[in-house]
Design a protein around this ligand. Structure first.
Ligand SMILES: Cc1cc2nc3c(=O)[nH]c(=O)nc-3n(C[C@H](O)[C@H](O)[C@H](O)COP(=O)(O)OP(=O)(O)OC[C@H]3O[C@@H](n4cnc5c(N)ncnc54)[C@H](O)[C@@H]3O)c2cc1C
Length: 491
């Protein structure tokens, strides 16, 4: 047997060939380098639908990554298998000395990587993993007492104070000739078509998401032109305010170091308020990532155990009406329809829709979290869980439970002319800017004049907000008396 030679880079949530920690380390330390991606059956087989925009996003991004690697003498080995078995088998088949990968902190990924590490170890192959998709990960930002931050503002302060140019320097992936190895002929299958892995084509192209590194570049270029207005526009769903880069961050078609490095530099310039605000949002992403790392019980349970005792009434029909965008509250329904139709939901609307499910419809927030997980193109366990626990007031740094979003007030404030509502709830588009937020309050004559019949064209409100709010306060009050218990921490 020939001695082990070279390495295998296992791509996962990092679908790019530049500024890539694992690829950079492998090229430097252990050439020649093979590259692989596993369309992991453990994940794909569990998806609730065979028509999933994320699978198409990944497939398109893989095609682009493969082409980029081939231009440099390499290429991507793509397998449709169980990664736990496939990666050790592939590494043994290639006869490499080491497998390189970037950290993934979701509990299922930690478990998978531990299994892969054990299998590789049994074969005498090293498994080298490192930080890539976060600027600061795990326990890198701690309080003076050495404990994790559970409140965002001091975390952000510490995060910004710790940031140096080295943290955002790109990982060099320029390879000397021959450093990247092409897939061996018997493993040189092109990226499989969706049909070959049991999935159907989706409407990804028509919902305005461009996958791959090129898509990320286009979105980032567009956002750089708009960033100065970000702080003022980001809360208004009818306006093109945010960056729409979340899916690219999720799948690593863009480097977080590049975004943070740029935003930080721009924030320090004159009129850098937009970039500073945007940088804060990127810090929220890291905040929730470290919450999940230190407090893994949040995947499935409330950050504060006391809130696990809430007896959610879960009235029949409420969850279905919310999912279908038929609650009778136009801003909530527009939000839910945006999610169903595009796989994206504006941040302000995520907060409104999530709060409404827990505090107005009295449905366990985990049902909503699951629904978002099924449909969001940018679904990240840490951010989704953090957002849900924030809105449901069960998490760290949550809004206090007695502060309940009023969906009509939110609608008037953040969609003042109803432009967003009209886009997604066309059945009430004839209502005026003042009328559209709460159609059930309009005199019958106005509704008749606009040609809208509640109950026929659009549902009456599923709950009365004031009554529902009162009931929510009782539910939360009962769970938290005499006082919230302490949260559990990893280790
Ligand atoms: C209930 C709820 C569920 C959410 N689920 C997810 C999710 O599954 N995946 C996800 O990426 N974000 C989630 N968010 C956060 C936020 O809504 C999205 O990141 C944002 O809307 C994505 O759009 P954008 O890229 O245009 O954001 P921008 O405003 O351009 O923000 C830039 C980036 O910062 C990060 N970011 C922004 N806001 C937050 C936040 N509140 N928490 C964590 N990171 C943030 C994202 O990576 C985002 O791409 C959720 C928020 C809530 C309230």
């Amino acid at each position: 047997m020939s001695p082990p030679l070279g390495s295998l880079v296992w791509f996962r949530r990092d679908l790019r060939d530049h500024d890539h920690a694992a690829l950079s380390a492998a090229i430097t330390d252990e050439p020649p380098v093979w590259c692989a991606f596993v369309l992991d059956r453990e994940i794909l087989d569990a998806l609730p639908s065979r028509t999933d925009r994320r699978v198409e996003f990944i497939r398109e991004s893989l095609t682009e990554l493969d082409a980029a690697l081939r231009r440099r003498g390499g290429g991507l080995i793509v397998r449709h298998a169980h990664a736990r078995d496939e990666i050790p088998a592939l590494a043994a088949r290639l006869g490499v000395a080491a497998v390189y990968a970037n950290h993934d902190h979701e509990p299922a990924a930690i478990d998978r990587d531990a299994a892969v590490g054990r299998s590789l170890d049994a074969r005498g192959i090293a498994f080298r993993t490192g930080k890539d998709h976060l600027v600061f990960e795990r326990g890198e930002i701690l309080t003076r007492a050495g404990t994790p931050y559970t409140v965002f503002t001091p975390y952000r302060r510490a995060w910004l104070a710790a940031l140096t140019p080295a943290h955002v320097a790109a990982h060099d992936t320029a390879a000397a000739a021959g450093a990247l190895a092409p897939p061996p002929p018997d493993l040189d299958d092109r990226v499989p078509a969706l049909g070959a892995i049991g999935f159907h084509a989706t409407d990804l192209a028509s919902v305005g998401v461009k996958p791959g590194m090129s898509g990320a570049r286009t979105f980032f270029r567009d956002f750089r032109r708009r960033v100065d207005g970000y702080a003022d526009t980001r809360d208004f769903p009818a306006v093109r305010g945010p960056s729409y880069l979340s899916t690219h961050l999720r799948f690593g078609t863009v480097s977080v170091r590049e975004l943070v490095g740029w935003a930080h530099a721009r924030a320090l310039e004159r009129d850098g308020r937009g970039a500073a605000t945007w940088l804060s949002e990127l810090v929220w992403r890291e905040f929730y990532a470290q919450i999940l790392w230190h407090f893994p019980h949040v995947a499935g349970r409330a950050f504060r155990p006391a809130y696990d005792t809430i007896a959610w009434p879960d009235p029949p029909g409420n969850l279905d009406a919310w999912r279908a965008g038929r609650t009778g509250y136009p801003i909530v329904d527009a939000a839910m329809r945006q999610l169903a139709r595009t796989g994206y939901m504006h941040n302000r609307l995520r907060m409104i829709a999530a709060s409404f499910l827990a505090k107005d419809l009295h449905v366990d927030w985990r049902s909503g979290e699951r629904h978002f997980a099924d449909l969001l193109l940018d679904y990240e366990l840490a951010s989704n869980n953090g957002g849900w626990q924030w809105a449901a007031s069960t998490g760290c740094d949550a809004q206090p439970y007695f502060r309940v979003f009023n969906p009509v007030a939110q609608s008037r404030r953040f969609d003042p002319r109803g432009a967003f509502i009209r886009r997604y709830v066309p059945e009430i588009a004839a209502l005026g800017p003042d009328e559209i937020h709460a159609p059930w309050t309009l005199p019958p004559a106005i509704l008749a004049a606009r040609g809208v019949v509640l109950g026929r064209d659009y549902p009456p409100p599923i709950v009365d907000h004031a009554t529902a709010r009162q009931r929510a306060l009782e539910l939360y009050g009962r769970a938290t008396a005499p006082g919230p218990a302490r949260a559990r921490r990893r280790d």
